[in-house]
Design a protein around this ligand. Sequence first.
Ligand code: UTP
Length: 298
Amino acid sequence: MARKVTKAVFPVAGLGTRFLPATKSIPKEIMTLVDRPLIQYAIDEARAAGIKEFIFVTSRGKGALEDYFDTAPELETALRKKGKDTLLEELKSTNMDSGAIAYVRQNKPLGLGHAVWCARRLIAPNEPFAVILPDDVIAAEKPCLQQMVEAYEETGGCMVASMEVPPEQASLYGVLDIRDDMGAMVSVNGMVEKPAAGTEPSNLAVIGRYILTPKVLQSLNKLKSGSGGEIQLTDAIAHEIEEERPVYGYRFRGQRFDCGSKAGFLQATVAFGMAREDLQDEFGDYLRSMTATQLAAQ
Ligand code: UTP
C-alpha cells in the first residue's frame, strides 16, 4: 500500500492576466464564487482528502491570501457580541492551525513546473504530495482529491486528474497517451502538452489535481537548468514514464469549472449559486425570467 498523502502544494504565483484589471491588486485565488474565495474551495477539498500540511507557492501582490488564513480576532469578537454563531462557524473553516501552512516564494512566473519545484525543500525525499490548482474548481459528491487519494492508495506512482474533452479542445490541455484503459483509471504511455490540432493521442485531458512522487521534483531540477522558457509540470511527469515508473490518469466523478477563464468563472458562479439552498429560489427565478426574455426576443 502506498504511503499516505498528507501534504499539498498550491501554486498561486501566476499573474492571472486573464482577469486584469481585477488581478492588478486582488490575487485571482481570492476572487469569489458566491461568498467563498476560490482558495477556500481548494482547501476544503484538500482537507477532505486528509491533507494536513498546506504549502503555498506565492509571489508579489498575494498578501491577501496570507491574511485570509489568519485569525481575525476583532471580527470574531464583533460576531460573538451580535450572536452571529453561524457566521462564526463559517469563519472557522478559514483558520489554519499554527504551522500547518507554509509560504514559499516564486520570484519569477516561470511556469507551473517551476512553481512546484519552488516547494522542493518542504517535501521529504520519500514523501508523495498532492498539487491543487485552485482555479480548477470541481463540484463533486466525493471531493476530487479524495477520490484520487483513495485510488492512489492502491496504485502508488504518479496520478493526474483527467477528463474527456471534445477533440477541438484538446490543444488547450495536456493530453494523455493511454496504455491501458481500466475504466476509472488509465495507465499512461506518455503525455503531450497542448498538442497541435489533430495530433492529440486521446481525448483524455489533464486538469489541475495531481499526486506526485518527489522524483518529479528531481526531474524539475534538471528541466530547470536545461530550458529557457516555461517549465512544464507535464514534462517532469512524462519523464517518470520514460524511467518506467507508473503514471496513471484518473477519470474523476464530478464537474470541473475552469475558473481561470472568464466564461468558466461565470458558469461556476451560476452552478454554485443554484446549488445553494438560500439562493436557488431567488436566483433560479431570475435565470428563468432572463432565459424567457431572451427566447421571446429571438
Ligand atoms: P495559469 O496558466 O492559469 O496562469 O496557471 P495564470 O498566470 O494564473 O493566469 P493567466 O493565464 O495569466 O490568466 C495555472 C496555475 O499555475 C499557477 C497559477 O497561479 C495557477 O494556479 N502558476 C502559473 C504559478 O504558480 N506560477 C507560474 O509561473 C505559472
